[in-house]
Design a protein around this ligand. Structure first.
Ligand SMILES: Cc1cc2nc3c(=O)[nH]c(=O)nc-3n(C[C@H](O)[C@H](O)[C@H](O)COP(=O)(O)OP(=O)(O)OC[C@H]3O[C@@H](n4cnc5c(N)ncnc54)[C@H](O)[C@@H]3O)c2cc1C
Length: 280
């Protein structure tokens, strides 16, 4: 389908982007455009697209003051997968990010765009959620931090206001070094959203050592705190019970990718498999 008419503005600063977004015209910020443009082709009506890619420095991946990493809003998924610090400290993010689309797409799409899109099937969102990441946001009322645990509200809905820009996501020091296993099922390899996926992680220096994150089985990306707490108390002896809790926590729908029953069963199997892998 042809794109409808819209105004395209490439900006050079956050202030310029915020000012354009405040002019009362229906606007969207754009990073890679791989979600936004696809949505505009189908149904989304937008009068102005504000392209953030030209803002100097916004694509940087930098060490943050607390010993973690800050991933800038226009850093591509390929940049993130290539970065030696991300690979060493946050393998969960690299595993999940490597599953997005295909190489050409990852070379354009961003981690921050993946999160802002608010899809329950987003692959990098579950890694950031499990790694206790925080979104750094700026808008007309100033700056604020939104923990990823509060960011996802429902399909396509996030805690970000439409006139706010996510300038980056901060990964804390405490979840560095977590071992990870991302089990993902889709209808074909590459270029298909997950039918169901489970991220399991273990380790790091945070008080809680276990993570179980679920993809495409609820209206938003989910963690399973009850399973994580059980594993923290009882260790790997509790893996089978944790997998049952994960299965009973998810609320999948049936659609063209798979039935709700299939998704529930796969959450059970992938959680058990992932937890065994990260505690081996
Ligand atoms: C063929 C194809 C295959 C795909 N496969 C997968 C897949 O396997 N897994 C997966 O998770 N996704 C997949 N996607 C979806 C998409 O590529 C990803 O979600 C991607 O990471 C989006 O990043 P982007 O930079 O292109 O975002 P954009 O399209 O630029 O933006 C996405 C949304 O976020 C908003 N936004 C972007 N950046 C900011 C910002 N800094 N501040 C505020 N709002 C912002 C935009 O307004 C828009 O609403 C696929 C898409 C296509 C077209």
């Amino acid at each position: 389908m042809l794109l409808p008419h819209f105004e395209y503005r490439a900006v050079r600063s956050i202030d310029e982007a915020l000012s354009l977004a405040s002019e009362g015209v229906s606007s969207r910020f754009m990073a890679g455009g791989t979600d936004l443009i696809a949505q505009m082709r189908i149904r989304l009506k937008v009068d102005r697209v504000i392209d953030l890619k030209g803002i100097p420095g916004l694509d940087a991946i930098v060490d943050s003051e607390d010993g973690g990493l800050l991933i800038g809003a226009t850093a591509t998924i390929a940049d993130v997968c290539r970065d030696a610090r991300v690979r060493e400290r946050y393998p969960a993010l690299v595993q999940c990010a490597s599953e997005v689309g295909a190489y050409a797409l990852r070379n354009r799409a961003t981690v921050v765009g993946n999160v802002c899109n608010g899809s329950p099937a987003a692959d990098t969102a579950v890694a950031l959620l499990c790694l206790d990441a925080v979104a750094e946001v700026v808008g007309p009322k100033g700056k604020r931090d939104i923990p990823l645990s509060e960011f996802f509200i429902g399909p396509g809905k996030t805690a970000r206001e439409m006139d706010e820009i996510v300038t980056g996501v901060r990964l804390p020091r405490e979840t560095a070094g977590m071992k990870a296993h991302y089990g993902r099922l889709s209808r074909r390899r590459g270029m298909d959203l997950a039918t169901v996926a489970v991220l399991c992680a273990h380790g790091g220096s945070a008080e809680s050592k276990y993570r179980v994150g679920l993809v495409a089985v609820a209206p938003r990306t989910l963690r399973v705190p009850e399973a994580e707490a059980l594993l923290d108390r009882e260790g790997k002896e509790a893996i089978d019970r944790a997998a049952i809790i994960a299965r009973d926590t998810c609320t999948p729908i049936s659609d063209a990718r798979g039935s709700a029953d299939y998704r529930r069963d796969m959450v059970h199997a992938l959680t058990a498999r992932g937890l065994k892998a990260v505690t081996a």
